[in-house]
Design a binder for this molecule. Structure first.
Ligand SMILES: [Zn+2]
Length: 92
């Protein structure tokens, strides 16, 4: 069975608007949380994603650092766009 992340909500954790650097915490419906970094200029670009170690990885079940979420950066990034979370960050 292949994992499919479904973004439940996204909160802005920190930002440096001058440099266009943003950090978001993304919560999935399965409870997995990821820290996602974006660079805003010249256009929004997801630069890094890492799972928070509060719960085991939904893919490999490790409870320490793994790289599984890297494979879903595109999918998660698309859901962040579709959920207009970047628009909200931009509007502030
Ligand atoms: Zn993993």
């Amino acid at each position: 069975m292949s994992y499919r992340p479904i973004v439940e909500n996204v909160t802005e954790a920190s930002s440096n608007q001058k440099d266009g650097l943003y950090e978001f915490i993304v919560k999935m419906v399965d409870g997995t949380k990821c820290r996602v970094f974006y660079h805003r200029y010249p256009e929004w670009k997801l630069t890094n994603i890492s799972r928070l170690l509060q719960s085991p990885c939904p893919i490999c079940r490790k409870d320490f650092i793994c790289k599984c979420m890297d494979n879903f950066a595109g999918d998660i990034g698309q859901q962040i766009v579709d959920g207009q979370y970047l628009d909200k960050a931009e509007a502030k």
